[in-house]
Design a protein around this ligand. Structure first.
Ligand SMILES: [Zn+2]
Length: 416
């Protein structure tokens, strides 16, 4: 069976030029004694915005792996796929993030709910889960409510899982179930019920991405109650360990954190929880590689700076359309976006400092960063003018990509 390693890290590479620089970060952390496996992820939405095919992700990763001599596993993730979008990924992905968030809250047929409740008497009442201090209590009504809310999503996960299994063969792919792109976080109790139901459906998932408490805005730090997150993360780990044992789910089943990138303030919490429990982790970041490209271009000289300025001016003009698909995961204060005349005088270092995610830097501006984060489409429209710049300035860009991934993410997350 294709098994996902204990630590895996999802990286995005929208324009498929940074796989080698990303891989260097994995090599460096490996040299420190921590094996972290790269997973290149790209969603159907990203492919359609950029006009790329899943095979390009595979090809870029393959080339980077070949050139570097990387000898640990690596994967390509069909990110947030559904039944209607999975087909184009079947030939080039070995990791499938099965997104069933849209089915959460759709009332499951009462026959299905009652069958589930009958099949799981162990979920009623007081439950002792190793590692959770206060025991979990689920009344009949509470359990029925959770089952009604999630059974449709679980059944959908089953349909997609079986479809992929039918196409690729059992054991030939890694399945993740994601429920993060929804309004409300899932509690540890809900996670337990969901896992029991997924086991019933025969979904051999190796990672699950719940929605955690707090805001996971794109490309900026976590906003929320850190103590609450720590408690929930710990309890989720306990619930997973329990579910593996109780329901026969894959023994390497682990949490997947769809971070939206750069959740620096929860990294120490995650690191300590993993060290204490011995659990694994899949962490998914994505779009910030494109921001490192802009930062590298800012540092590359006049031509690069002019390009960044041009993209920013366009982004301001089209801000409504660009931000609309991401409304629930960005918080841009319009009043803090400099206008096009103001940035006309900005030099390369000013742009780099504005965009680079060092919150303590006086020139850092999370509003500009978030706007450009969701504006990659504009660079895609520039076609080879953009990708030629990426090639021409690959050294300075690559250094930013590597440094961001290693210094700001892997080190705090795995080494401290
Ligand atoms: Zn996600």
């Amino acid at each position: 069976m294709l098994r996902l390693s204990r630590f895996s890290f999802g990286v995005g590479d929208r324009f498929a030029h940074q796989a080698s620089s990303q891989l260097r970060a994995f090599e460096k952390i490996r040299a420190q004694g921590i094996e972290v496996v790269p997973v290149w992820n790209k969603s159907n939405r990203e492919h359609s915005f950029i006009g790329s095919e899943p095979s390009s992700v595979r090809a870029a990763a393959e080339q980077a792996v070949r050139e570097s001599g990387w000898s640990l596993p690596w994967h390509t993730d069909a990110d947030h796929i559904r039944l209607e979008t999975v087909d184009r990924f079947l030939g080039s992905s070995d990791f499938f993030t099965i997104d069933v968030a849209d089915s959460i809250g759709k009332q499951a047929p009462s026959d299905d709910v009652h069958r589930f409740l009958k099949h799981h008497p162990e979920l009623f009442g007081t439950l002792h889960i190793k590692g959770i201090e206060e025991s979990i209590f689920l009344s009949g009504d509470a359990l029925e409510e959770i089952a009604s809310k999630y059974l449709m999503a679980v059944q959908e996960a089953g349909r997609i899982f079986r479809y992929i299994e039918h196409k690729l063969g059992s054991g030939n792919f890694i399945a993740e179930v994601s429920m993060d792109e929804t309004d409300l976080p899932q509690t540890p109790q809900e996670l337990l019920v969901i896992l029991a139901a997924l086991a019933d459906e025969g979904v051999a998932l190796q990672t699950i991405a719940p929605k955690f408490t707090g805001r996971f805005n794109k490309g900026v730090d976590y906003v929320g109650d850190l103590d609450q997150f720590a408690k929930e993360f710990h309890e989720d780990l306990c619930v997973l360990a329990h579910a593996i044992e109780r329901y026969g789910l894959p023994s390497n089943l682990k949490l997947s954190v769809h971070s939206g990138s750069d959740k620096f303030s929860i990294y120490p919490i995650i690191r300590q929880a993993l060290a204490k429990s011995g659990a694994g982790l899949h962490i998914k970041t994505a779009g910030t590689t494109w921001l490192e490209e802009l930062i590298g271009l800012s540092e590359s000289g006049d031509e690069g700076v002019a390009f960044v300025r041009e993209i920013y001016a366009l982004a301001l003009e089209q801000i409504g359309a660009l931000t609309e698909p991401y409304a629930s995961v960005i918080d841009i204060r319009m009043s803090e976006l400099p206008d096009a005349t103001e940035v006309a005088s900005w030099d390369g270092p000013r742009w780099a400092n504005t965009l680079r995610h060092i919150p303590s830097h006086p020139q850092y501006n999370s509003n500009v960063r978030q706007l450009l984060h969701v504006s990659f489409k504009l660079a895609a429209k520039k076609g080879t003018r953009y990708t030629d710049l990426l090639k021409k300035h690959s050294d300075v860009i690559g250094q930013n990509v590597f440094d961001n991934l290693y210094t700001r993410h892997m080190k705090p997350l795995f080494l401290g």
